[in-house]
Design a protein around this ligand. Structure first.
Ligand SMILES: *Cc1c(COP(=O)(O)O)cnc(C)c1O
Length: 412
């Protein structure tokens, strides 16, 4: 493709991204098969083969949400776009929108909704805590909103909100429920149907172990009815789910040029999920999460969320007095090539977030991260109470892989 009369000369150096072990809050490590899928030839976004790819993606996504309704799509954008799409399609300007706020991403939902003209009402709780469901339900019955939102997997704190009581109360006052499932999708039960969630969204770069770029979303029949019954058009043309359904769904009518390569990648990432088996994958995340908790506790570090409410994908750790999060992160990156994440918002000065997601959730990664954390603490003059890696090794020896496959409901 060079001009014939000129020798080829690069405009910039070849791309050589550093090798990192991604153990933060996302993105997570990508499997070779997914990278291969990304390099396949582009075809047209209206090519019959591409619609086959879309069908495969939709068919494999729905069970990851545990949603049997059939309206499951992947939107062209990251998780935040899934959030924005959920709001703009279901929260009409002026409508009362109740947000359960106990972390960074609930604040993002509130802010996005305000900008779209919703009458936002917030019920707050300290970061790291979840809402007792009866209390949340009482609040919903008192406020009688049109739409309710909560964050199932709050990545800023590592806490999981069950949501069943929230959904029941919302439905009893005729409200729809939006749940942010970005950090649970693919790594632990999302339970859309059983919980009663009407609109659930996720992303590709966390527990699905795919590059960032698509936002899976699924709708209940109740949500679908509300969407079809809208009188005012959805304020965003690009995110209008009715129009997107006509393209990505049955009618195959051009809407936008889908990011073809991302759909290839997601198809392969989902194939890996199903080859492993969903339950087996969840149990793998749970086991590695618990091994990590055992290790950090032995060292004297404190996870922010209580264990029975903690995500199996990302853990927020409270550091001992005098240990600087930025220095720990720098040490892991420079000495081990490991990326972990800092804290968000009010937690920025005293927490770190470590994620074992998708291909990153392995015994070897947990042990390496614990070893690296021990060294990082020592480098800051803080001697860990006991060796974390050794404690996790004992945990693994006691609990074989695949243990508890029959009991993967959250909280067990
Ligand atoms: C990562 C994340 C998002 C945003 O997703 P992006 O892909 O970064 O846009 C939203 N909600 C939660 C809970 C997240 O963890």
């Amino acid at each position: 493709m060079n001009r014939e009369d000129k020798p080829a000369r690069r405009a910039v150096d070849p791309l050589e991204p550093p090798r990192r072990l991604l153990l933060g809050a996302g993105p997570s490590p990508v499997e070779p098969r997914v990278y291969e899928a990304l390099s396949k030839p582009i075809i047209g976004h209206l090519d019959p083969y591409f619609f086959g790819v879309l069908e495969d993606v939709r068919g494999m996504l729905a069970p990851v949400f545990s949603a049997a309704n059939g309206f499951t799509l992947a939107l062209s954008g990251t998780g935040s776009l899934g959030m924005e799409a959920s709001i703009v399609n279901f929260v009409e300007p002026g409508a009362k929108f109740l947000v359960f706020a106990n972390g960074f991403f609930a604040d993002r939902i509130s802010e996005a909704a305000r900008r779209l003209g919703a009458a936002v009402v917030r019920k707050e709780r300290p970061w790291g805590e979840v809402f007792p469901e009866d209390e949340a339900a009482d609040f919903i019955r008192r406020e009688r909103p049109r739409v309710v939102a909560y964050v199932q997997a709050e990545t800023s704190t590592g806490a999981y909100q069950q949501g069943k009581g929230i959904c029941e109360a919302a439905h009893s006052v005729g409200a729809l429920v939006i749940a942010d499932c970005v950090t649970s999708l693919g790594g632990m039960p999302v339970n859309v149907d059983e919980t009663g969630i009407d609109v659930a969204f996720g992303c590709t770069q966390k527990a699905l172990s795919c590059p960032p770029g698509l936002a899976p979303i699924t709708l209940s029949s109740r949500a679908l009815e509300a969407l079809r019954g809208r009188t005012a058009p959805v304020a965003s043309w690009y995110l209008d789910l009715n129009l997107l359904d006509q393209y990505l769904g049955s009618e195959r009518r051009y809407h936008h040029t889908a990011p073809i390569s991302m759909f290839y990648a997601l198809r392969e990432a989902l194939a890996l999920v199903h080859e492993e088996g969903l339950r087996r994958r969840w149990v793998r995340h749970r086991r590695n999460h618990r091994a990590f908790l055992t290790g950090v506790r032995a060292m004297g570090l404190k996870p922010l969320a209580p264990e029975d409410q903690s995500l199996w994908t990302v853990t927020a750790l409270v550091l001992p007095e005098g240990v600087q999060p930025a220095a720990v992160r720098g040490f892991l990156l420079n000495q081990y090539g490991i990326e972990i994440s800092g804290g968000l918002g009010p937690l920025a000065d005293r927490t770190l977030r470590v994620g074992f997601m998708g291909a990153g959730s392995t015994e070897g990664n947990v042990l390496l991260a614990l070893e690296a954390l021990e060294e990082a603490l020592r480098a800051q003059g803080h001697e860990p109470e006991a060796p974390g890696r050794a404690a996790a090794e004992r945990f693994y020896a006691r609990l074989p892989a695949g243990h508890g496959l029959e009991q993967v409901a959250f909280g067990q």
